[in-house]
Design a protein around this ligand. Structure first.
Ligand SMILES: [Fe+2]
Length: 205
């Protein structure tokens, strides 16, 4: 991952905290499960342990996709059964592997091309990345954080008028990146290795 000029640190603190131990809003950001029951289970274990209120999924949930090998424990029906109980806590955008039939089996919306939302001080444009990405940027107000999945490579990059972040993939990481997800708490983004639970990157706005 390229270096950037922000207030960045690397660390080894444990990702797990007691749920409900604090009042601050926390969001978990993950992407590209691609039907892996094993990594979906690990992701939800991390979600419960994090104390995050919401889980933002950046697409490519159920299918492995023709360009990927089958991920560990490929079982889309099992992934459906694991995610639906969390439907009231999941925010999701559509990946390029999502089909309309996926909405028939998932209890949370999965067919939106993007989600634009605000936290107390941040504006976030979340989209899978096959359409809108740093090279083909969507219309955004200055200072917006562009969140993509799709590449399966974690990123944190500063552009003149926006920030680009990518949590990587929980199931099929590429370019020697870890199985990975992100947490957002207040104005601090943290990238965490799903298999070790260790933070490996932090960026504070
Ligand atoms: Fe993907």
């Amino acid at each position: 991952m390229p270096a950037n000029k922000g207030k960045e640190t690397t660390g080894t603190a444990e990702a797990e905290k007691s749920p409900g131990a604090e009042e601050r809003t926390k969001l978990m950001i993950a992407s590209d499960i691609h039907g892996s029951a094993y990594y979906c289970r690990r992701m939800l274990e991390a979600f419960r342990a994090s104390g995050a209120e919401r889980l933002l999924l950046l697409g490519d949930i159920l299918y492995h996709g023709p360009r990927n090998d089958l991920p560990r424990d490929y079982a889309p029906k099992d992934v459906i059964g694991m995610l639906n109980p969390y439907a009231d806590r999941i925010l999701c955008v559509r990946g390029n592997c999502e089909a309309e039939v996926d909405q028939m089996v998932l209890d949370f919306p999965v067919l939106a091309d993007y989600a634009l939302f605000m936290t107390e001080r941040l504006t976030i444009y979340a989209t899978h990345g096959h359409i809108w990405n740093p090279e083909h940027r969507p219309p955004m107000i200055p200072g917006t954080i562009l969140l993509n999945g799709h590449t399966h490579v974690p990123r944190c990059e500063e552009y003149p008028d926006f920030l680009y972040m990518n949590p990587g993939s929980v199931s099929i990481p590429k370019e020697d990146s870890p199985h990975s997800y992100m947490l957002l708490e207040e104005e601090t983004f943290t990238w965490i290795d799903l298999e070790t639970g260790k933070e490996y990157r932090k960026y504070q706005i």
